[in-house]
Write a protein that binds this ligand. Structure first.
Ligand code: 5GP
Ligand code: ZN
Length: 103
């Protein structure tokens, strides 16, 4: 599958990795829109939130909790989370991910 985020998760493409566990990886966005701009990505290939299903509920819940953990590790005081959904929603990479932005 030609998915850059799967390749990054599988270490077949380079990225500045900030966090990793069995199910998630977080790395720095190549075009940062804030002093800290991370992409938090489930390793499971789900193309977008629109393609997620009931069975992904636990993974989606964990995605938010991992954002909390990564923000805590990065010692930011506050942060913004964003998810673009679909081409018309500004989604460029078809692998579900959460943007974590902070000063
Ligand atoms: P989206 O628009 O899909 O929500 O966000 C995709 C983000 O991924 C963009 O902010 C873009 O800068 C970033 N991005 C695209 N390709 C790569 C890449 O190969 N490596 C990294 N680290 N970020 C990427
Ligand atoms: Zn993927």
């Amino acid at each position: 599958m030609d998915c850059i985020f799967c390749k990054i998760a599988q270490k077949q493409a380079p990225a500045q990795i900030a966090y990793e566990d069995d199910e998630f990886i977080a790395f720095h966005d190549i075009r940062p829109k804030a002093p800290l701009h991370l992409l938090l990505v489930p390793k499971k290939h789900i193309p977008s939130l629109q393609e997620s299903q009931e069975g992904d509920a636990e993974l989606l819940g964990k995605l938010l909790l991992r954002a909390q953990k990564v923000a805590q590790e990065k010692q930011v005081k506050g942060y913004k989370l964003a998810m673009n959904v679909g081409k018309e929603g500004g989604q460029e990479i078809d692998h579900i991910h959460l943007h974590l932005l902070a000063q």
